[in-house]
Ligand binder design. Structure first.
Ligand code: SAH
Length: 468
């Protein structure tokens, strides 16, 4: 193989995309990552950096643009680190995601017949807004521009410089009224934005959360101060903004979250309510949920119901089963399953989420669900009643190895694995296979349209003892 050097020029075809939205091509079998390209592009590229097993290129000339290219509807799609696939058709996006999940399960998970087990990809193509306007939660950093004006927007990919965004197209249109109101209020009352370099200033982030079914809106101001100044005035600005928007949205909660640390974490631990309730409510199917600022809640309500329906189908409950829902958040999956199960135990690490989960159970009159605060890998060993069905829905790093061993030990009849990262999912499938589980079926759900992240639901079963 010829040794590649910086500034060498090559012609390549882009075959895949990275999570950050760079195109991936190959030169003599070595992967090349090239920003600003799309799958299907034929491009002339210049090598800008070489590593042992891969390299980075810069787009010099688009020889033949990909047939899957599309003009991004958002004016800052290229600069903003949020959407990485806006320059491609939605159809191709779904295909890429499908291939990615099947590829991981095959290669990393060692499941040779992955294609046969795949039950399809579910996306947003049927909606009037298509793959836009689906996110129920947004977090806008607040900063100042070169002229000293307050701005809100998003961080550019891998940086902390704010790209001002007037209206983020994957979010709800009311957000742009809210961020504009926050800017006008801050300028009018001279409330300074937080400066990450000097750690001075007050306003760090504005978060919004919307119950798409209930129309309830929460605005959460994250500040570097003990208390938010001019909060009554802010409330008037926000109320007016929601009125001006004019749609079916009610401002039901305004929260102030205090984060005085010099950290990348958005939310601090302390918060107080400026107006209304400390949570919003929303429905998934006919189950009602209470959601606090700190709690995890699936961001794409259009896909969530389908996702949980699939989890319910895979759990195949008859009404008597004991179910463990590990990494249960505010109890969404637990309560969705509880009506069809004998008993559900939920385990979650964030205490506020567990509090929400308990409230949610009583809100829905569900009496056969119990929730525990702690680490899934620790509590799973202590749960007294053996599980017939285990559901796991871990964060991106996947399940802790200790938890996988516990699941293998207790060997439930069915394991439903909900995952937001195909690579760690596939790693865990491999471990579970070694422990006697077999992947039976899986489906892919497009929870994060226009970005490369994707959600997968899997059904695994324990091999019958005599066939092992
Ligand atoms: N099943 C829920 C939440 C999934 S997100 C839903 O669909 O809404 C993953 C959740 O795991 C988060 O709520 C996070 O707080 C929690 N978590 C992270 N690490 C954990 C651990 N080690 N043990 C238990 N829960 C954990």
């Amino acid at each position: 193989m010829k040794k590649m050097k910086k500034n060498d020029i090559y012609e390549i075809t882009i075959e895949d995309m990275t999570e950050e939205g760079a195109g991936i091509g190959h030169i003599d079998g070595m992967a090349v990552f090239v920003k600003d390209t799309a799958v299907g592009d034929k491009a002339k590229i210049r090598i800008v950096k070489t590593k042992k097993t891969y390299c980075f290129g810069r787009l010099e000339e688009l020889i033949t643009p990909s047939p899957y290219r599309e003009v991004p509807p958002c004016p800052v799609a290229r600069q903003c680190g949020g959407c990485t696939l806006q320059h491609m058709t939605y159809e191709k996006e779904l295909e890429l995601k499908k291939d990615r999940v099947i590829g991981c399960i095959k290669r990393i998970g060692g499941v040779d017949n992955a294609e046969e087990l795949f039950e399809g990809i579910h996306g947003l193509q049927e909606r009037a807004d298509g793959c836009y306007r689906y996110r129920n939660k947004m977090q806008f950093p607040i900063g100042i521009d070169k002229e000293g004006h307050i701005v809100t927007g998003f961080y550019a990919g891998r940086t902390h410089s704010i790209i001002p965004v007037d209206d983020c197209l994957i979010g709800h249109p009311v957000n742009s009224f809210i961020t504009k109101a926050v800017i006008s209020w801050a300028e009018r009352y001279n409330v300074p934005a937080y400066d990450e370099k000097t750690c001075k200033g007050i306003l760090r982030h504005v978060l919004t959360r919307i119950g798409f079914k209930t129309g309830e809106l929460m605005v959460c101001m994250v500040i570097n101060a003990k208390e938010l100044p001019y909060s009554e005035e802010l409330l008037s600005y926000l109320t007016k903004a929601v009125e001006d928007y004019g749609g079916n949205i009610k401002l039901t909660s305004v929260i102030c979250n205090i984060n005085r640390e010099n950290t990348n974490r958005i939310l601090g631990d302390k918060e107080y309510t400026i107006y209304g309730k400390s949570y919003i409510e929303d429905l998934i199917g006919d189950v009602r949920f209470r959601i606090s600022a700190q709690s995890f809640y699936q961001v794409n309500p259009y896909m969530t119901e389908q996702l949980y329906d699939k989890a319910l189908k895979y759990a195949s409950l008859s009404g008597t089963e004991k179910v463990w829902d590990l990494y249960c958040g505010i109890g969404t999956i637990s309560l969705f399953l509880a009506k069809k199960a004998g008993k559900v135990y939920g385990v979650e690490i964030v205490p506020e989420a567990v509090k929400d989960a308990k409230e949610n159970a009583s809100l829905n009159g569900i009496e056969n669900a119990e929730f525990f605060t702690g680490k899934a890998e620790e509590l799973a060993k202590e749960l007294e009643e053996r599980a017939d069905v285990v559901v796991v829905d871990p964060p991106r790093k996947g399940c802790d190895a200790e938890l996988i061993n516990t699941i293998i030990d207790i060997s439930p009849e069915r394991l439903v694995y909900v995952s937001c990262d195909p690579a760690t999912l596939a790693r865990d499938i491999k471990l579970l296979k070694e422990g006697g589980f077999e992947l039976m079926r899986f489906s892919v759900h497009d929870q994060f349209s226009r970005g490369m992240n994707v959600e997968t639901v899997c059904l695994l079963k324990k091999y019958p003892m005599d066939t092992r």
